[in-house]
Structure formats: structure tokens, C-alpha cells
Design a protein around this ligand. Structure first.
Ligand SMILES: [Zn+2]
Length: 440
């Protein structure tokens, strides 16, 4: 929903009128006629480096956060507030012991019992779409878990799998089936398949149901030295007849069509759900986007996308639509690795939904994705090669230094060095020296 709101602002569609009226209503509320707030729900999510506590409120409200010691705790006072339930929630995730609700005479007090002297931040979020007014407190774990950087071994290919959405952001929901759950299952299955293969390993950006910002996703991909990035999603459309897989790559300028544009807005908008108000998006961080290297990587990503599409087509698990381009934030990691975003199927279509929501269907999708990754990498040819650099190879359409390097068990920079190439671009018909493909 939020996506629609953002979009309406940006593109000046007739929905703007709706936005304006919503804004007017909330201004009106803020100016004094607000009913006493009720804390309708208290929720929490455990993320790798923090625990997020969210208070859902019936209306906008003043609040105060106070830290107490001995024992360590944080009190969130919702001024003039009351509770709809005063049950204690036991957490025990290493950060919080429990969350208690104290109904007091002029405030509703939520107490977080901490496991130690921990840092925190708090912020309020206004109601947006179907989400109520919220107060959010993030408590950071003492030993911020470092991302374990696997030792970079030239012969091991690291595939970063990014299950879309998570935590407060469910993605699209149809008939009770939530995108965030489906894609997490497919991702786990794909990781299991990849990890079983020789010279390959998979890393998940999130392995449980928690919120993760888009920038954290691609930064993690870069931190673990990923070779390929694959973001998994499920789609939804008002037309229930629409079905099939779509694969997206980053567009450096315009989305290929209006639908692709809308979809990118929807997927990107999930990011603002977890950000404090006024936080800048990562747009300037990624403004370095428009360089040649990027263009080159987009081209490489499009070959990767074609291979994934081909594998889905061969698997017959879902129908295939086409490869499109759009400005997905999560694909901006393409600076370092070929990256695709896969909308596996449509939850709004009963046929696709039946496949996406069953273990059997999820396994088949994961298998097809793995096949796509393998054909992109040119496996089974890949071998840790010590072969001689004798093969005079004629560059074909679709070849890239990176792809040839993988196929011949070497690196793009090594090929450049041996062939004294000045740029990353190779031309069709060009002859280059490569190590002989061993065992073929
Ligand atoms: Zn999604």
C-alpha cells in the first residue's frame, strides 16, 4: 500500500487527491481533537544485531522513553494512553528478557527488561496505508554480530540469496499466503541445494522473519564477497489471470514498462517502513551508479537473467514472462556482481499460488533457479584449472570476461593480464588466450 502512496506523490497521478485528503485528516487530528491513544498491540522482532519493539497505537500520541539501571530496563510512556491487553510478553532473545505492560493512571507504560547495558534508539511513525501510528524502539545487542566474511577462495563461488521483505514488511498477501514467508522458504531450499555442490556456497541476506533494509541487503552481499546476487520475490496483480515468472535487472535509466516501474516502486517502498522519519534514502550513496563499469555489469546481469529464465522455462514449474529492467534499489549491488531480482510467480493467480505455497512447488522453483545459476556459470566445465594458457578462443555473443573466467577456472583480471587487455569489454570475434578447459 505504502508504495502506492509514495508513487502518487512522485508521479502526480489522480491518487494524489486521496493523499491530500488523508493528510488533511491527520493534520486535523494533530490539532487537538485526538482521542486518548490506546496501545493496541506490542510486537517485537529479533534481527541479527538488534531487537525491535513496536507499539501499535489507535492514534498519534506523545511519548517518552527513559532508561533505568539496576536492573537494566527501558520504559516507554505513552502519555494519556491505555492498553487493550496488559499481558507480559516473554522474549529471551539475548537482548530482552521480557516486555511488560504497566497500565498507570495517566499513561500506558511499556517496560523492556534488558539483558545488560545496551544502547537503543526510538522513533515514531505516522499511520500510513493500512499501518497504524507506531512507536518503535530498537535495542542493540551488546556484541553486534559481525557478518562472517568467508575466506575468499577463487575456486568457490558465493551466491548471495536475498529473500524479499520480512518482519513488519510482509510483501504482498493473497488468501493468507504472505510473500515474505514463501520467498524465505524458496531461499532456504536454494541455499540447501547450492551448499551441496562442489565449489559453491550460498549466503542468505536474511535467514529468518525479520526486517532488513534494502541497503543492508546489498551491503551484506558485497561484504561476503558475493559472485552472484539473486533477490527472490513473489508478485501480485489486480488481474488474477496474470501468471508466471519475471526476472528483473537494474535499469540505469527508465523501467522497460509502466508495470515494471510500479513494481520497482512497490519493492523499494518496503524500505521506508523500517526507517526513522527524515532518514535519507540511500540514493546519494548509489549515485556513482552511472559509470561504464556499471553498464558493463548490467549487461552481464542481463545474461544471468536470460539463463535463469531459460532454466525456469525448461523446468516447466511456472510459465515464463520476460526479462525486464527497472530501478530496484536492491539490485544496486550490481557494481560488484551480476544481480537479478526474480518475481517467481503471482500470488494473485490461483495456479501460481498453489505452486508457491507448497513445499513441492518451492523445491521445484529452487531447483530451477539453481539450474539457471549453473548454466550461467558454465558448470560442469568449471574446474580449478592449472591448465596452460594456450587456447585461442573466439569471443561469441553473450560472452563476458567474467563468464569466460568462470568457465575456464580463472579470474577476469587474470585474463586481462595475460591478454594485455585494457578494458573489461571484449568484442564478438575477438581472439583471446584462455586456459584450456580441463576434463572436457
Ligand atoms: Zn516483493
Amino acid at each position: 500500500m505504502l508504495a502506492v502512496f509514495l508513487r502518487a506523490f512522485k508521479y502526480n497521478t489522480p491518487r494524489c487527491f486521496f493523499i491530500v485528503s488523508v493528510l488533511l485528516i491527520s493534520l486535523f487530528h494533530a490539532s487537538g481533537v485526538t482521542a486518548a491513544p490506546v496501545v493496541e498491540k506490542v510486537r517485537f522482532y529479533t534481527a541479527p544485531d538488534h531487537t525491535r519493539v513496536v507499539l501499535d497505537l489507535s492514534s498519534d500520541s506523545k511519548y517518552k522513553v527513559t532508561r533505568f539501571t539496576n536492573p537494566e530496563r527501558i520504559a516507554i510512556d505513552v502519555i494519556d494512553g491505555s492498553f487493550s491487553s496488559d499481558k507480559t510478553i516473554s522474549v529471551n532473545d539475548g537482548v530482552l528478557f521480557r516486555i511488560r505492560r504497566n497500565p498507570l493512571s495517566n499513561k500506558a507504560q511499556v517496560v523492556l527488561d534488558l539483558t545488560g547495558e545496551l544502547s537503543f534508539r526510538d522513533f515514531a511513525l505516522k499511520a500510513a496505508g493500512d499501518r497504524p501510528h507506531r512507536i518503535v524502539v530498537d535495542v542493540y545487542s551488546a556484541d553486534k554480530k559481525q557478518i562472517t566474511k568467508p575466506k575468499k577462495n577463487e575456486n568457490i563461488i558465493t551466491v548471495v540469496i536475498d529473500p524479499g521483505h520480512g518482519g513488519i514488511d510482509p510483501g504482498c498477501i493473497k488468501n493468507g499466503i504472505r510473500e515474505k514467508d514463501v520467498v524465505l522458504k524458496v531461499a532456504h531450499e536454494l541455499k540447501r541445494i547450492i551448499d551441496k555442490q562442489k565449489n559453491m556456497q550460498a549466503v542468505l541476506t536474511r535467514d529468518k522473519d525479520y526486517f532488513l533494509s534494502l541497503s543492508k541487503r546489498y551491503k551484506k552481499a558485497e561484504a561476503v564477497g558475493g559472485d552472484l546476487f539473486i533477490s527472490i520475490h513473489a508478485n501480485s496483480h489486480k488481474s488474477r489471470s496474470l501468471s508466471g515468472t519475471e526476472v528483473f535487472i537494474l535499469s540505469l535509466d527508465k523501467a522497460t514498462d509502466e508495470e515494471a516501474h510500479k513494481l520497482a516502486d512497490f519493492e523499494n517502498a518496503s524500505d521506508s517502513l523500517g526507517l526513522p522519519p527524515g532518514n535519507k534514502s540511500d540514493d546519494d550513496v548509489v549515485s556513482i551508479l552511472m559509470d561504464m563499469k556499471k553498464t558493463h555489469m548490467v549487461n552481464t546481469s542481463s545474461i544471468f537473467a536470460d539463463e535463469i529464465m531459460g532454466a525456469i522455462r525448461r523446468s516447466n514449474v511456472l510459465s515464463v514472462r520476460r526479462v525486464k529492467q527497472a530501478g530496484f534499489v536492491v539490485l544496486r549491488s550490481t557494481l560488484d556482481m551480476p544481480s537479478v531480482l526474480i518475481e517467481t510467480g503471482f500470488l494473485s493467480n490461483s495456479g501460481d499460488r498453489a505452486i508457491l505455497s507448497t513445499t513441492d512447488g518451492q523445491k521445484k522453483i529452487a531447483q530451477a533457479l539453481n539450474d539457471g545459476i549453473r548454466s550461467y556459470l558454465g558448470i560442469p566445465e568449471i574446474k580449478p584449472a592449472k591448465a596452460e594458457w594456450s587456447l585461442r578462443y573466439k569471443v561469441k555473443r553473450g560472452d563476458s570476461l567474467w563468464k569466460l573466467a568462470r568457465r575456464h577456472g580463472t579470474t577476469a583480471s587474470k585474463i586481462k593480464e595475460i591478454n594485455k587487455l585494457k578494458s573489461d569489454n571484449i568484442m564478438i570475434g575477438q581472439r583471446i588466450k584462455l586456459p584450456a578447459e580441463s576434463g572436457k
